[in-house]
Design a protein around this ligand. Structure first.
Ligand SMILES: [Zn+2]
Length: 224
């Protein structure tokens, strides 16, 4: 199987059309990639600037200009937002406030997505792409679905949002072997009481795990 630059396979069966706020992007890889890129496009429309019909894109079976590597658009794991306003190679096409919003959106996904505005070669400010393997994208997709289930807007001052984000960041770090979870073990809890913050974190995590099993928030198999 042929892969695009980010390692995702180019396969025709795994694509779904993405439409956000009435604007059609084209096909995006189905499943967790779709969930993550739909989230990016939705927040872009709501927080950065409105999407403009006919100037957004997704699946495109082409190679990266000037190279023999398949573009991430070929695996349907990249989207372009408002390409007329943010053409390839143009730097500084957003205001400082818009840029901050874009960074906030990308940072909320724990490395699952990269923005073309940070490319060191040819800057590409319209472009967002999956930049991680299936497990990491799955964690980001689960986080998005968890926010959707709580009905809580993504507001970083909200304790529920902080707890959900903390849980998924820990899950990611544990998977990467970068750190142990800081939650106290049963043995530790015999020697001291959990702090209010630890109790709140645990309650949020348990609520999420319970909900995900009961309501089937996680029904799709990982595409590997
Ligand atoms: Zn692009």
């Amino acid at each position: 199987m042929t892969n695009s630059q980010n390692g995702w396979p180019i396969e025709p069966a795994a694509r779904t059309p993405l439409t956000v706020a009435g604007v059609l992007f084209g096909d995006v890889r189905s499943g967790d990639v779709f969930t993550v890129l739909q989230y990016v496009a939705t927040r872009y429309h709501n927080e950065v600037e409105h999407l403009i019909g006919g100037t957004c894109g997704a699946y495109n079976p082409r190679k990266i200009p000037g190279s023999n590597t398949w573009s991430n658009h070929a695996s349907a794991t990249a989207i372009d937002c408002n390409w007329q306003r943010h053409p390839l190679g143009a730097r500084g096409t957003y205001t400082t406030a818009q840029r901050a919003k874009i960074v906030d959106i990308v940072n909320s996904l724990d490395g699952a997505v990269r923005w073309g505005g940070v490319y060191t070669t040819t800057v590409d400010e319209m472009h967002f792409e999956i930049n991680a393997d299936a497990k990491r994208v799955r964690i980001a997709a689960l986080k998005i679905r968890a926010y959707a289930q709580t009905g809580v807007p993504v507001d970083w001052s909200n304790p529920t949002v902080q707890a959900i984000n903390f849980f998924f960041s820990e899950a990611y770090r544990a998977e990467q072997g970068k750190a142990k979870t800081p939650y106290p073990s049963e043995a530790v809890l015999k020697t001291r009481a959990a702090t209010p913050q630890e109790k709140a974190d645990r309650a949020a995590r348990n609520a999420f795990i319970f909900t995900s099993h009961v309501d089937g928030v996680d029904p799709e198999p990982v595409d590997e």
